[in-house]
Design a binder for this molecule. Structure first.
Ligand code: GLC
Length: 611
């Protein structure tokens, strides 16, 4: 047997029994399982030589993505550089940002005006025409790898666009294709579902079903009406979607983000979220990846409370996702900004720090989606903060309606019934930069930049992979132009998805500008982070009491090296009443520091390393 064949057989053997067991549990279908195994072999054979080499390399170093040197940036291709070729031409810029993990936001074919930012895919094997071709993608991937950069893309597996070939055939009444979705000829069953299934977009896309006059059927559409939920009870759907996954992986992806994964299995009488079968499918996917393309990492998009997030890592013996978003920490961070109270953040960090070090989180301050206020309200209530009124306070604070707030942004899916609006805004606008720039107030600009950097420094101090949103590295503010585009106007998430302003970005070289303050400040932090092993994922991390509710103190320790981060979440000058042994050096200024009763200006931070 040829060496490559042996490699494949060994990988398949390793997982075969569990793979078959789980597959049969879901589908009881030997033929479809046999087809799946055959196709795994085909996709393995089709995989480029250099990717196969990368597979072997990463198999022998399975922690490759856990180092302190990985820094991500998410970007929309058109907003950032027009098209895929444009991104390739901008790799040097990304390098200068220390970015080596590029998340290309959805770029597969999608109908204009009915795309949900690309999350309604009409062809999983075709790039949206204005962005380029599959070949451009493969070329970009090669160029990235030559520079040691990794590529990430979304795999939107919960649904297809209503324009997808399957949906089109289903619309024509082809039963085989109708069975790939959820079709109902009357509202009886949908009505039953609606009793237990919450809504994702209560105001922009209410309900979980859409009536299609031309087919005379209701179709399940958890997200927008043009996003048709796939029926994973049908093994044809599972198999075909796995083939799509492998096809994309073979185009040189390093990280595949599985979009909206908690939603992929539906069961009447449940909330249709996080059902056990979802975990079976993710586990199957993990094994399929390890058999065909083991260099690929799965990033699960699980925007849920912590108790539902962690199970997506699976167990040590039966892992599911490699990485998950640290979503509760992100939302709690902004809560701390508005309240100037870090008690909940400290509690949240303690929970995350107590988890096994093998769990890798993706840390971020904001992404392309809204910020939902999924906080630990049971704890907040003990401090007098009640859920509904607190959410209102947070939204008022970030829209600048509260005295003392110069944050700017917009509400998202403001649901008057459950009073549960979420929030949209760029990091910099939320830190007050938008108002400061409009007022041309030097002092305010410096304050906003200081706060922005403090939040990033705090984010970099967490264990895991930091992820920036393109434009945040130069402090781009909200972009309200989406309101003039009828395709986007109803969706306020576009306010923080503005196009990169390269003219403004040029100013990043001068520290006198807001762009320069943020860009250069970040650069220094990123550099320090990748130079020091205290930032490794397996470092010991704990929080320290500062005896001031506005100040968070984090210690990271690895192999005798220790760093201490202090973050002032208030605008007032404060003292962190800590008492850390040893002589420290300020990592930013190089000055000696004693980490006892440390003074710290409003919205500032300290990174200090023990000598
Ligand atoms: C994910 C995406 C979001 C999209 C949704 C539906 O949550 O992040 O932007 O609207 O999935 O695909």
């Amino acid at each position: 047997m040829k060496k490559q064949e042996l490699v494949f057989q060994k990988r398949l053997e390793r997982h075969h029994d569990e793979l078959k067991w789980l597959y049969m549990e879901l589908y009881h279908n030997e033929d479809m399982f046999a087809e799946l195994c055959e196709k795994l072999h085909d996709y393995y054979m089709e995989r480029a030589e250099w990717l196969k080499e990368l597979d072997l390399e990463r198999e022998s170093d399975p922690t490759w993505y856990k180092g302190n040197d990985l820094l991500g940036m998410m970007l929309y291709i058109d907003n950032f550089a027009g098209n895929l070729k444009g991104v390739k031409n901008k790799l040097r810029y990304l390098e200068s940002c220390n970015v080596n993990y590029i998340h290309l936001m959805p770029f597969l074919d999608t109908p204009k005006g009915r795309s949900d930012g690309g999350y309604a895919v009409s062809d999983f094997r075709k790039v949206r025409e204005d962005l380029g071709t599959m070949e451009d993608l493969a070329k970009l991937s090669e160029a990235c790898h030559k520079k040691g950069m990794n590529l990430c893309m979304d795999f939107v597996m919960n649904h297809t666009s209503e324009d997808h070939e399957w949906a089109k055939k289903a619309k024509e009444g082809d039963g085989e294709y109708m069975s790939r979705y959820f079709f109902f000829d009357n509202y009886d069953i949908p009505a039953e579902y609606e009793k237990t299934v919450p809504q994702v977009f209560p105001t922009t896309a209410p309900g979980n079903f859409t009536w299609y006059e031309e087919v005379g059927h209701h179709v399940m559409t958890t997200f927008y009406p043009y996003q048709w939920d796939l029926n994973y009870k049908n093994p044809r759907v599972f198999n075909e979607m796995m083939y799509n996954f492998l096809f994309l992986a073979n185009h040189g992806m390093d990280i595949i983000r599985i979009d909206a994964v908690p939603y992929i299995w539906k069961e009447l009488g449940t909330d249709c979220r996080n059902l056990p079968q979802v975990h079976t499918i993710v586990r199957l996917m993990r094994m399929i990846g390890e058999i065909v393309c083991p260099s690929v990492v799965l990033l699960g998009e699980v925007v849920m409370e912590p108790i539902k997030v962690v199970p997506y890592f699976g167990t040590l013996e039966k892992p599911e996702c490699h990485m998950l978003y640290n979503v509760t920490t992100m939302a709690t961070t902004w809560h701390s900004v508005a309240t100037r109270d870090v008690r909940l953040l400290k509690k949240q960090m303690d929970i995350v720090n107590a988890l096994p070090k093998d769990y890798t989180f993706l840390n971020y301050l904001r992404c392309h989606d809204d910020i939902g206020w999924g906080l630990d309200y049971a704890t907040l209530l003990t401090w007098g903060m009640e859920e509904v009124s607190h959410k209102k306070f947070l939204n008022d604070f970030f829209t600048g309606k509260v005295e003392g707030s110069i944050s700017r942004g917009e509400l998202y899916n403001d649901d008057p019934i459950i009073m549960d609006a979420r929030f949209c805004g760029t990091t910099s606008s939320m830190c007050g930069m938008e108002v400061a720039l409009a007022d041309m107030d030097e002092e305010q600009i410096k304050n906003a930049a200081r706060m922005d950097l403090m939040l990033h420094a705090y984010m970099f101090t967490q264990s895991g992979i930091p992820m920036l949103y393109s434009g945040d590295e130069v402090g781009q503010v909200n972009d309200y132009s989406y309101k003039e585009d009828p395709d986007k106007a109803v969706d306020s998430r576009y306010v923080h998805r503005g196009a990169m302003d390269w003219e403004l970005a040029k100013k990043r070289t001068s520290k006198k500008t807001s762009q320069g303050m943020i860009f250069q400040g970040l650069k220094q932090l990123e550099q320090l982070r990748k130079e020091s092993h205290v930032f490794d994922a397996d470092a010991q991390v704990w929080t320290v009491d500062t005896y001031d509710d506005s100040i968070l103190c984090i210690i990271r320790h690895k192999d005798g090296e220790q760093m201490c981060g202090i973050f002032n979440f208030s605008e007032w000058d404060k003292t962190a009443w800590i008492d850390e042994e040893g002589d420290y050096v300020d990592m930013i200024t190089g000055e000696e520091r004693v980490m006892k009763a440390v003074n710290i200006p409003g919205h500032d931070f300290i990174w200090a390393k023990r000598k």
